[in-house]
Design a binder for this molecule. Sequence first.
Ligand SMILES: Nc1nc2c(ncn2[C@@H]2O[C@H](COP(=O)(O)OP(=O)(O)O)[C@@H](O)[C@H]2O)c(=O)[nH]1
Ligand SMILES: [Mg+2]
Length: 349
Amino acid sequence: MAKDPENNARSRALRNIRTARARSRGDVHEWADTIIQGDRAALAQAISLIESRREADRPEVEALLAAMPSPAKPTRRYGITGVPGVGKSTWIESAGMALLDQGHRVAVLAVDPSSSRTGGSMLGDKTRMEVLARHPKAFVRPSPAGNTLGGVARATHETLLLCEAAGFNRVLIETVGVGQSETEVRRMTDAFILLMLPGGGDGVQGIKRGILEWADVVLMNKADGPAEQIDLAKSSLAAFRGALALMQPPLDGEPPLLGLSSGLDSDGVRTWMEQIEGRMERAASSGQLNDRRSRQEKAALDALLDREILMRMKSKPGFDQAWKQLQSESHRTQSAAFDAIRRMLDRLD
Ligand SMILES: Nc1nc2c(ncn2[C@@H]2O[C@H](COP(=O)(O)OP(=O)(O)O)[C@@H](O)[C@H]2O)c(=O)[nH]1
Ligand SMILES: [Mg+2]
């Protein structure tokens, strides 16, 4: 039977009502159930709650996450990084389609700290991933607005777990290649893919940052179009390879996969994805993947602990008042400011 849009809208509406009822009854198990059955609206609602800044939303989030089952199939978590414009979203769309063709379910999350300022740069990305975003077995989620409780890392990690529990056994996380967010995404993924611009000069930067310790795959992207562009990509890659050869190989696992790529060439990206998946298979049998997952869990625990300590301190009776008082005073020197904060926290204890 052909798809009946009205019927679809109707069943969507019914599921929405079911989720809303489940929530109002505080029945997180039923809510979890609708998510597992593939209700995207329920999943999106849960992610919004994860991203909430309200402390009052926490108990519901924690109960929902606790009600979700462990993933039925083995999962893989991939981080994709590189400067804005290098082609991450385009590459992810091709990689996502390749994974879907292999029978996986694919979730794409984005961590872009700039998007809270620009009002959501992922809007552009979403239209670029439009094939993936429309696919029934894929789920594309824009960046959390900055400033979520306990930071973007906590929200992204919980969203990752939720997507896996909802049956997405491949999760791709796009992150801009700068600073804190990149480090945080690295700590929650099994393999990290760096896209570079030919002639961009970021090869040297990458080497400075100890690339071998964290990049599993390094691709000179946009190796397509006119012959000069392809030649430039080849020479950039050769320079990069030469520089890498002078460095110590990584202590655990294989040295990074290195090569040319184009997000516009879906067969090329498919081949890269096959190689990456093959590498993950080997990491799974050697126990290396297990080690990585344990490290991911420790990092996540760390972030949760920080959040909990922060919240406990800030929710102590008298905190708000003491804080306002402290802000209204003048602290002439930095050391006076340190002292004032310490005294305030001591008084609250
Ligand atoms: N020639 C070429 N252009 C690309 C490629 N990948 C992306 N682009 C273009 O580069 C621009 C930025 O791509 P996007 O995927 O949004 O980059 P992101 O900011 O890293 O996510 C867009 O105009 C794309 O169409 C590629 O492999 N080759
Ligand atoms: Mg992008």
